[in-house]
Unconditional design. Structure first.
Length: 278
């Protein structure tokens, strides 16, 4: 039995016998299992406690900058051709991306120029260098963001969701922005927003920091939802909210862009918050 010493009022050392308290006695097996389960659930999202719940929608919203003139260098019937051109342009250091137009053609675009003249100058330089062939300049008025004032915010939100839905089934690839290789989570959200004329930053951390907080029960179509999936508790995953508790995201290596639920146990535990930019 362990002994320690304390002093009585007269300064004489008196031996004190240490006895285990009730919590230190032989623990019941079911209590041990319970503690292990608590530890497991806390560790599932990086060993962190839940963040304060955000509520409501912001009174003042952060609006993303609109894209300017864009260079288009392809319109293909086959997605493989659009993907190959996209990858080729990206290897040249150009931020190219493609999407499926309403006609069913795959179009490849890149750039963000304040004037049509600046876009044509750059396109001419790239053509002379053999990087691109035929091209034309896309007017920023073609983007959904340019029609927000005339058609309303709901229209832009629906277009963002429609664009995200067009990429369902694309394979996941860490760090990839090209639909041929697949998207990582923030590459997908960036591409979807840019295809609608909004200049969303590249990383999930930047996207989270830039947006205005939105309560989980107040999410609207086109908002972004963020998750902390690592042990450091930092934002590491993002998806596009499409309504009814569902979101579209690139879930992980070897998987495809898909629809999931914010209420699914894993995502509910790792939920870090919603953000709006519209």
């Amino acid at each position: 039995m362990k002994q320690s010493f304390s002093s009585d009022r007269k300064g004489v050392s008196v031996p004190v016998v240490w006895k285990p308290g009730p919590t230190c006695k032989t623990m019941r097996p079911w209590k041990t299992v319970g503690l292990l389960l608590v530890f497991f659930f806390l560790s599932a999202c990086g060993g962190k406690t839940a963040k304060p719940v955000e509520t409501g929608r912001p009174a003042k919203k952060t609006r993303l900058a609109k894209l300017g003139y864009t260079i288009q260098v392809g319109a293909f019937a086959q997605v493989e051709n659009a993907a190959r051109l996209t990858d080729s342009l990206r290897r040249e250091g150009l931020n190219a991306y493609y999407f499926v137009y309403r006609t069913g053609l795959y179009k490849v675009r890149f750039g963000d120029f304040s004037t049509e003249k600046a876009a044509r100058t750059e396109a001419g330089r790239l053509r002379s260098a053999g990087v691109i062939n035929e091209y034309f300049i896309v007017n920023p008025g073609e983007y959904a963001a340019a029609r927000r004032d005339a058609r309303g915010e709901a229209y832009l939100r629906d277009e963002i969701v429609r664009t995200a839905e067009s990429f369902i089934g694309v394979p996941y690839h860490y760090g990839g922005d090209s639909p041929d290789e697949g998207f990582d989570c923030s590459g997908l959200t960036m591409a979807v927003y840019q295809l609608n004329g909004l200049d969303l930053p590249r990383s999930s951390k930047e996207q989270y920091r830039l947006g205005e907080p939105v309560g989980r029960n107040d999410l609207a179509r086109g908002d972004l939802v963020f998750f902390s999936t690592g042990r450091d508790g930092k934002v590491s995953h993002v998806g596009i909210y499409v309504g009814n508790g569902r979101f579209i995201h690139a879930p992980g290596r070897g998987k495809k862009v898909s629809v999931d639920s914010v209420s699914r146990s894993y995502f509910a535990r790792c939920y870090a918050g919603g953000r709006t930019y519209l």
